[in-house]
Structure formats: C-alpha cells, structure tokens
Design a protein around this ligand. Structure first.
Ligand SMILES: [Zn+2]
Ligand SMILES: [Zn+2]
Length: 421
C-alpha cells in the first residue's frame, strides 16, 4: 500500500513560497520535480499491476487506458501513453530504473517507449537494449524533444532504405474553407521537406519587429506568422515573389562521406554513430539519406558539403546545379520526365545526376536525365535504376518484383522506337 502522509501533503499545500530564500526556491523545485517523477514511476507500476490482473475488465471498462481516462479525468490519448509506459516497464529495465529513481520524467518515458516501438516496427531485428540505453542517456541529459529526435535518428539509421512517413509527400493535404464566422480556415499536413520550405520562407518574415521607440512587438508568434503569410502573398501578387523572399533559404549541411555509397550509420553496439544522424534540415530536423541525396542532386535547396571537421569543401554550387544550356539540351532530348509511362512536362522536372555529383558524376548532358519530383524520389530510393544507353538516351531498369529479368526499358519519349539497348 502506498503511504502518502496526509500531514506532509498538508504542509506542502500550505507552503509559503514568499518566505523562502532564492536558493530554497530552486532546491525545492528540484526536489518536487524528482518526487513528481518518482510518483509517475509508482503510478506506472500500479497500472502495470492493474493490466496483469485484468482489473479493468472486472470493472466493466474496455481497457486500462479507458478506465484511467474515465476515473482519473485524463485525456484519452494521455491515458494511452501512460499505459504504454506501464506495459513497457518489464521489457525496458534501464528506463524503468531511471523512472524509479526519479531521474527522468513520465514524458521522457513516454518518448522512449514511443521511440522503441517505432524502431521495432521499422526494423524488427534492431537491438532494443542498445537503443534503450542510448535513449535513456539522452533523456538523462536533455528534453523529451531530444529523445524523440534521437528516436527518429535510430529509425533512419537502422532502416535507411525505408521511406519515413514524415517524408512521404503522397500523404500531403492542404484544406481551406470559410468558417461560420466568415473567416478563412486552413489545415495542412505536410511532408518534412515541404514544411521545411514553408518555415524557411515564413520564419524570417515573421520575426518580431520592435516599435519605433524600441518597444517589443505586441503580436503573438501566431499573429506574426499570419502577417508573414499575408506579406508573402503580397510579394507573389506584385511579382516580387519569384526571386525568393528575404534571406529565406533551405539548407542541408552534410559530410561528403555520408552522402556517397552505402555507409552504415549504426555502430557494432547498435547505437547511432556520433550520437547524431548526419542529415538535418534547420527547422524540421533529420531527413533520410535518400532525401539528402536527392537534395544534393538538383534542387532549390542549398546543400553545403563539409569535411569531417564541418569545413565546407571547395566545390561551388555552380558545378552541381544544371546550367540553362544543359537544361535546354535535356528538354530537347527527354521532352519531360523520362520515366516510361510518365512524361510530365519539363517545368515540373529536376535534372538528376545518373552518377551522383558527390560521387564524381559531372553536371553534363550524358550524366543527366529529367525526372519529375515523384520519379526523382523513386530513383533515389533505388527500386528503379537509370543509365545512359549507347543511343545517348536514358534507359530504365525495373525492379525484380516487376520484371525478374530486369530488362531495360527506353525513356518515355522513346517507347515507340525500335529497342536498341
Ligand atoms: Zn537525383
Ligand atoms: Zn515522372
């Protein structure tokens, strides 16, 4: 039976903060936080006991989480997260011990449990013990957000060939309509790269603007973002929008050795090497290697390639980005997206380096092919392959699942001509 001394509780509830010294305030916050964490651990063990005994069912509730939400007046989603932690205490002993000692909070524990289950879904063979150890270390030193970031990096590192849901543009939605009050309402669900572009454009425009006498900007962050959107639309409508707004820039910093080849990012112990996945965008964080390579290929995004000491290598953007002359030649040769069956028009297309630029592939006609954004992603995912044939045109090799012989197929605009591979 958990004994909570009623007198002690009474004492705490009557605590006169004004009578404490600064140091006492700080010390008390630390102690109460620890006690809070310890109690969260106790609650998790009690919930686990409830689960094991099937008490929720006996009480007529659909689940322990349902019972907790109902009787404890907890948000259903929060109740589910608490029960998930309770269920994981047995399989995640390092996390359980840290929670028992009050060294991590319930929110840290929830982030660790969510990260481990995402890792197991992405890579069932992953070493859960090593991942747990690393996540707890991050939790001991940092915020729950840092734990979530490390969790995403673990998934990217263990399953680099898998496209994270966060990067899938096919799930994107943007809905707007008029609300009952007559105002415009927007709701968006965007992939990481699109969201990164949005934030890179809006954030500089949404910076606080001090008043004439230096008084702070009275607008909330939300108001400033809405004003920034209005400014952006003005710029677009007045024709000033084309050349980029302000100092907006989407930037990816990456080491050359990480961009090439098939380097693994997990060490023998199953941890993310260097404690950090190597590909990050400024606003939205880690992206997969496929997206990093695609950005390094031909995009509006600045990719700064650095050496091991994060010093930019002396290779200019001009060498990577396709020149107007090469783009014209590509349009003449490919007409549009060259993937068989596609043919989307040239202004929707990236110029893809067949041999990666970072791997020594040159930016010239016989190393390039026009691909729409969707097929550019597909080629970087590696399911289909592309090469330049003897005829000087791109040819595509389908995956084994589509054609066991992997017979090359001519480019979209060459399909009706006799095969000459
Ligand atoms: Zn490419
Ligand atoms: Zn295409």
């Amino acid at each position: 039976m958990v004994i909570i001394d009623p007198e002690q509780l009474q004492q705490w509830s009557l605590l006169a903060v004004d009578e404490l010294t600064d140091q006492q305030v700080l010390d008390s916050i630390a102690k109460v936080t620890q006690a809070h964490n310890v109690l969260a651990g106790v609650q998790a063990r009690l919930l686990a006991g409830m689960e094991n005994r099937g008490l929720a069912g006996e009480l007529g509730a659909t689940s322990t989480a349902g019972w907790l939400a109902d009787s404890g007046r907890v948000d259903p989603a929060a109740a589910k997260r608490q029960v998930a932690v309770a269920r994981s205490l047995g399989t995640l002993p390092v996390m359980a011990a840290a929670l028992r000692q009050g060294e991590i909070s319930a929110v840290h524990a929830e982030a660790i449990v969510a990260a481990i289950s995402a890792l197991q879904r992405a890579c069932p063979a992953a070493d859960v013990g090593a991942a747990e150890q690393q996540l707890v270390e991050v939790a001991l030193a940092g915020t729950p957000a840092a734990v979530r970031e490390t969790g995403r990096d673990l998934v990217l590192s263990h399953a680099p060939e898998r496209e994270p849901v966060a990067e899938d543009p096919e799930l994107n939605r943007l809905d707007y309509g008029t609300g009952r009050d007559g105002r415009g309402k927007l709701r968006a669900d965007l992939d990481k790269l699109t969201f990164e572009k949005l934030r890179s454009v809006l954030e500089p425009l949404a910076a606080p603007r001090p008043g004439p006498d230096g008084e702070p900007d009275p607008r909330s962050a939300s108001q400033r973002r809405a004003d920034a959107l209005s400014d952006l639309l003005d710029a677009q409508l007045s024709g000033r929008g084309g050349g980029g707004v302000g100092r907006a820039q989407v930037m990816l910093v990456a080491e050359a050795k990480d961009l090439v080849g098939k380097a693994t990012f997990v060490d023998e112990a199953g941890r993310v090497k260097d404690t950090r996945w190597p590909f990050h965008l400024s606003w939205t964080g880690s992206v997969s290697r496929q997206v990093a390579q695609m950005l390094a290929c031909d995009c509006e995004v600045t990719v700064v390639v650095v050496d091991g000491n994060r010093v930019p290598l002396d290779v200019g953007r001009s060498e990577r980005l396709v020149t107007p002359a090469i783009r014209k030649a590509l349009i003449v040769r490919d007409d549009g997206c060259a993937v068989p069956g596609c043919g989307r028009p040239p202004h929707w297309c990236d110029a893809h380096h067949v041999r990666e630029w970072i791997d020594g592939g040159e930016t010239k006609l016989d190393n390039m092919v026009l691909l729409c954004r969707a097929h550019h992603r597909m080629i970087h995912r590696g399911t289909w392959q592309v090469f330049l044939g003897e005829d000087g045109h791109p040819w595509f090799i389908p995956p084994k699942t589509l054609d066991p012989d992997r017979k090359p197929i001519p480019a979209h605009n060459r399909r009706r001509r006799p095969a000459a591979a």
